[in-house]
Design a binder for this molecule. Structure first.
Ligand code: AR6
Length: 171
């Protein structure tokens, strides 16, 4: 626990958040997809995709590995930056919790590099990647509490009332 970072919850759309950085639940290609990723690229405009293409042509020729994070411009979004991270696909056979925790840790490390005071996270891996919400909420909240950073507010943005309630209970 850092004693520095405040965790808040809102129900809503992550693309509308007035924060320094929004975290994208991306895939390794960094070239877009559905869910949060689709919404961020749609609302943020082509500048974000251009920046992602540049990253693929330079630092991440094989794609961004799961558990890692990288920042780009936020284009037309109210946020200043997008931090792209790749969650693990849920598996009942293999415990991939460390990779999911790493998404939060690495995103906060990148947020510190950006000197972001406020960061909005979606519930990474709980959509198309099928991670059960309660377990994902535990990992998200405990990891943020355990990660020292200069971020003042971590805002979890939950898309529906059910996800909001789960996060509220875990918090
Ligand atoms: N704002 C906040 N939360 C949202 C929004 C939104 N606009 N849209 C969906 N959610 P997902 P993943 C919730 O699927 O599971 C993409 O194709 C959603 O209800 O966005 O990590 C990528 O390219 C769920 O609870 O991310 C990858 O291929 C949570 O956000 C893959 O999906 C995450 O759902 C990543 O899958």
């Amino acid at each position: 626990m850092t004693g520095h970072t405040r965790v808040t919850l809102v129900q809503g759309d992550i693309t509308e958040q007035q924060v320094d950085a929004v975290v994208n639940a991306a895939n390794s290609s960094l070239l877009g997809g559905g869910g949060v990723d689709g919404a961020i690229h749609r609302r943020g405009g082509p500048e974000i995709l251009d920046a992602c293409r540049h990253l693929r042509a330079s630092l991440y020729r094989k794609g961004l590995p799961p558990g890692q994070a990288v920042a780009t411009t936020a284009g037309n979004l109210p946020a200043r930056s997008v931090i792209h991270t790749v969650g693990p696909v849920y598996s009942a056979k293999e415990d991939r919790s460390d990779l999911l925790a790493s998404c939060y840790r690495e995103s906060l490390r990148v947020a510190d590099e950006l000197e972001a005071a406020t960061v909005a996270f979606p519930a990474i891996s709980t959509g198309i990647y099928r991670w059960p919400m309660t377990d994902a909420a535990h990992i998200a909240i405990t990891t943020v509490h355990a990660t020292p950073s200069q971020v003042q507010e971590v805002r979890f943005v939950l898309f529906d009332a059910e996800a909001y309630t789960v996060f509220e209970q875990v918090l």
